[in-house]
Design a protein around this ligand. Structure first.
Ligand SMILES: O=C(O)CCC(=O)C(=O)O
Length: 234
């Protein structure tokens, strides 16, 4: 996929999520190999299930170069720049992980990734294996990114229970990508199979043109680190 159409952008703004294109299978295989290699070598930082099995590798952009290369490849940046504009940061301290999502993981409840709509981020979930209702595809509450901000803990919003029955599943093929407004309520389904359902998740932000403080937890993946605050103008 290259640039998004008007209708795709409208769908994203309206619903809070949008299916993007498909990564080439060769790239998907390289990503999976890199994930399994770090799991087998137990390269920290990782998250383990209660049984001690590694179910997530964190901080993937500082691991095999294939992770950052994928997060900033043209199949990602072209559609993303239709939403975020030309200057884009990848966020290192939200998501930035690859997850197996096995049946041993705890139930994932409906949540958002950020608290306030004025500070939202945009997330891409890269599905490295096919996801189905059986193996725990992602569920979304369409339009819920328009609900008000959250004061307390994310996932404990007062409307979480009342809208949970509105959540719809989004099965994806292996190599598929979904772009999310991270204010949209979503959750990973339960994996009822004995297989993994591997995915990688990355967060993005437009470059903040009124901040001249460079954040080492953000990586410029497209465009420039522009600054246009008016404190330096006469
Ligand atoms: O993997 C999924 O289906 C959902 C991911 C998710 O909820 C998250 O990373 O916040």
């Amino acid at each position: 996929m290259s640039a998004l159409t008007f209708e795709q952008i409208q769908h994203f703004r309206h619903s809070g999520y949008l299916k993007l294109g498909q990564l080439p299978s060769e790239r998907v295989e390289r990503l999976k190999k890199a994930v399994w290699s770090d799991i087998e070598a137990e390269v920290e930082p990782v998250v383990r299930s209660k049984e001690g099995r590694i179910v997530r590798i964190s901080n993937v952009v500082d691991r095999d170069p294939i992770f950052l290369d994928t997060a900033s490849c043209s199949q990602v940046i072209e559609p993303l720049s239709c939403i975020l504009g030309p200057n884009i940061h990848l966020i290192k301290n939200r998501h930035n992980h690859a997850t197996l999502r096995t049946s041993s993981e705890h139930y994932d409840s409906l949540h958002r990734d950020v608290k306030q709509w004025s500070r939202t981020i945009f997330t891409i979930i890269f599905y490295l294996e096919e996801t189905t209702v059986e193996n725990g595809c992602t569920w979304f509450v369409p339009g819920s990114h328009h609900f008000p901000g959250v004061d307390g803990k994310i996932g404990e919003e007062r409307w979480t229970a009342t809208v949970s029955e509105q959540a719809v599943p989004l099965p994806m093929s292996g190599g598929g990508m979904v772009l999310i407004d991270s204010m949209v309520m979503h959750r990973a389904g339960s994996n009822t199979t004995s297989d993994t359902r591997m995915s990688m998740t990355m967060g993005y932000h437009s470059v903040d043109e009124i901040s001249d403080v460079r954040d080492p937890k953000r990586i410029l993946v497209h465009g420039e680190d522009l600054y246009s605050g008016n404190d330096k103008s006469k």
